[in-house]
Design a protein around this ligand. Structure first.
Ligand code: KIV
Length: 286
């Protein structure tokens, strides 16, 4: 019996990333934190959705990712899961959820997967996370690592700056990336690292690199959706290319509606419920 191939592209699972790297095929990853944005990016065809702790900046207005809680990521992941059918869903382990001990980390990662519907988790750090990554992978939890600028370390780093600019720090990044691969990570985010360093890491590793502000050589590119579509406030990082200005589109829509309300132009007869003709209006008492 011959099976017809469905015309919808196949669901993306972790092994698809390595296959794509082998073929030299670039993949795309965007953040999403709710049902509508998950539907939009999934239907557009991105291969990965990251339920990032950038939710703290973009959605909750915290100013950084430190206050983000596991509950917030679980809730966002549930919505994203309902809104997507194809992309691989990776959820961030937020600050504090993997810092106490391995058992607690496993519990938190399992909660993201069992209750949230995450298909992989992401955590920040280099050689200091190697044992943790091994443990998570041993428990069948796929892990994406994250090195370079790690926003959860903003207080230690003293700001959001390019990492790996000297020979010594660049070498540390390259060595960390190899250790994380050996520990079992299936991909590594490289955030704000010189493109030459990202290129070396990408060439050296068998697993995929996921670049953000790290040049075009990375296997996968990731951006915060709200930066891409112009829904963030404040200065954008230099590496962001903004493809739409939804803030302007939304402001214009809200202003037009408000003007119509105030001029009596909204609602009009078509947008209001009239009484059925059977009701005699003269019998209604004011
Ligand atoms: O939280 C996030 O959105 C991220 C990306 C910037 C990689 O970690």
């Amino acid at each position: 019996m011959a099976y017809l191939k469905p015309d919808r592209p196949e669901k993306v699972y972790v092994p698809a990333l390595r296959k794509a790297k082998k073929k030299g095929k670039k993949l795309a990853c965007l953040t999403a934190y709710d049902y509508p944005t998950a539907r939009i990016v999934d239907e557009a065809g991105v291969e990965l959705i990251l339920v990032g702790d950038s939710i703290g900046n973009v959605i909750h207005g915290y100013g950084n990712t430190i206050p983000v809680t596991l509950d917030e990521i679980v809730s966002a992941t549930k919505a994203v899961n309902r809104g997507s059918s194809r992309a691989l869903i990776v959820s961030d382990l937020p600050y504090g959820s993997y810092h106490v001990n391995e058992d607690e980390t496993v519990r938190n990662a399992l909660r993201l997967m069992k209750h949230g519907g995450a298909e992989a988790v992401k955590l920040e750090g280099g050689r200091n996370r190697v044992n943790l990554v091994k443990r998570l992978v041993d428990e069948e939890i796929p892990v994406m690592a994250h090195i370079g600028l790690t926003p959860q370390s903003v207080h230690k780093l003293g700001g959001y700056r390019v990492q790996g600019k000297t020979n010594e720090t660049a070498q540390t990044l390259i060595d960390d990336a190899k250790m994380l691969q050996d520990a079992g990570a299936f991909a590594i985010v490289l955030e704000l690292v010189p493109r030459e360093v990202a290129a070396i890491i990408t060439k050296t590793l068998e697993i995929s690199t996921v670049g953000i502000g790290a040049g075009s050589e990375c296997d996968i590119q990731v951006l915060v959706l709200h930066d891409l579509v112009g829904l963030t406030f404040g200065r954008l990082p230099r590496f962001v290319r903004q493809y739409a200005d939804l803030r302007d589109v939304m402001t214009k829509a809200v202003t037009a509606w408000m003007d119509d309300v105030k001029s009596g132009n909204y609602p009009n007869d078509d947008e209001s419920y009239g009484l059925p003709e059977a009701v005699d209006i003269d019998e209604l008492k004011p």
